[in-house]
Design a protein around this ligand. Structure first.
Ligand SMILES: Nc1ncnc2c1ncn2[C@@H]1O[C@H](COP(=O)(O)OP(=O)(O)OP(=O)(O)O)[C@@H](O)[C@H]1O
Length: 302
């Protein structure tokens, strides 16, 4: 039996016939930080809203904590915290008072307020009015509001959007500290590969509503290849192919092999056949290139 905290099966959503999420099947294990990665408009927010019961799926199903989630199963959401788009708070109240409203509403222990204020590093600013908070502090308060009930599943939609590099790092470190310390599973969306790379244990890459990849980012990293520049690439390719080398389907001469002995053999073969070698260099597509080739280069920010 699997122990997925979130599992969707062919989850789909269309708005007046326009598909926003297309047969999405994702699998999120306990205590993972699952990075939901994709360019703007890929369908991340729509998928997250369906996980929270804020949008009704057009097709497909959702399981939360191993149980089918639908409109009759709203009780499952008592274990889910979320921050979707802008955090909602009362600007004319203090950080503490904002948290107190939720604490009273959900009948949580009062000590949770101080605890989350310390987790998000707002304890010293708890008596300041939220309208006087910086953007980063407001975002941290948004996370505090999402975790004040210490949910088992936390859903964060682009939590670092609009923050400066220091603010981004603070939120990232905060998110990374939660699963082990507080037994949480986290889904965090972003359109920025490097951010997800530094935070997530597993990623789901989406574009045009479809899941293109699910797994570890390291699985997307490519092996090295060797680019040759010779006096006669056509003859060189013929010789190498005849001798069983795996060449890239490319105008340039690229050997798809990262074994140094094999590359030495290729060099010897070409020299023995009177092909001059001007240059041999190792090449590898970066993770950014792999991601951009998957999702399309327009509109992406890395
Ligand atoms: N309520 C809605 N009505 C109509 N179309 C919508 C609605 N919500 C989202 N969409 C469309 O669904 C698609 C996916 O949008 P969504 O916000 O889920 O993407 P996203 O990956 O979260 O991107 P972003 O980071 O820009 O929010 C987009 O084409 C968007 O215009």
């Amino acid at each position: 039996m699997n122990n997925y905290i979130v599992e969707t099966n062919q989850l789909s959503k269309d708005f007046s016939g326009e598909v926003a999420v297309n047969q999405l099947s994702i699998h999120i294990r306990k205590n993972e930080i699952y990075g939901f990665l994709g360019p703007n408009g890929a369908g991340k927010s729509t998928a997250m809203k369906m996980l929270l019961g804020l949008l009704q799926p057009s097709h497909g199903s959702i399981k939360l904590f191993g149980k089918t989630f639908n409109s009759n199963q709203i009780s499952l959401l008592s274990n889910v915290g979320s921050l979707i788009e802008e955090p909602s708070y009362y600007a004319n109240l203090t950080g503490y008072e904002n948290l107190e409203i939720i604490q009273k509403l959900l009948k949580l222990p009062k000590r949770n307020i101080d605890e989350v204020l310390k987790i998000v590093k707002l304890f010293d600013q708890k008596d300041k009015l939220v309208k006087n908070y910086s953007l980063g502090m407001k975002q941290r308060l948004g996370i505090a509001l999402a975790i004040v009930k210490f949910p088992k599943l936390l859903i964060l939609d682009e939590p670092t959007n609009g923050l400066d590099p220091a603010g981004i790092q603070e939120i990232r470190e905060l998110i990374k500290s939660l699963p082990q310390k507080y037994d949480m599973t986290i889904i965090v969306s972003s359109h920025i590969l490097s951010e997800i790379e530094q935070m997530a244990t597993t990623v789901g890459i989406v574009n045009h509503g479809q899941l293109l990849f699910e797994g570890h980012l390291s699985d997307l990293e490519e092996d090295e290849k060797y680019l040759f520049e010779t006096s006669d690439d056509v003859t060189a390719k013929r010789i190498l192919m005849f001798n069983g080398f795996n060449l890239d389907d490319n105008k340039k001469l690229i050997i798809n092999d990262n074994n140094k002995d094999n590359i030495a053999t290729a060099i010897r073969l070409l020299v023995e056949n009177d092909v001059d070698i001007y240059q041999v260099c190792m090449i590898r597509r970066s993770l950014e290139d792999v991601f951009l080739d998957m999702t399309g280069r327009e509109g992406s920010v890395l």
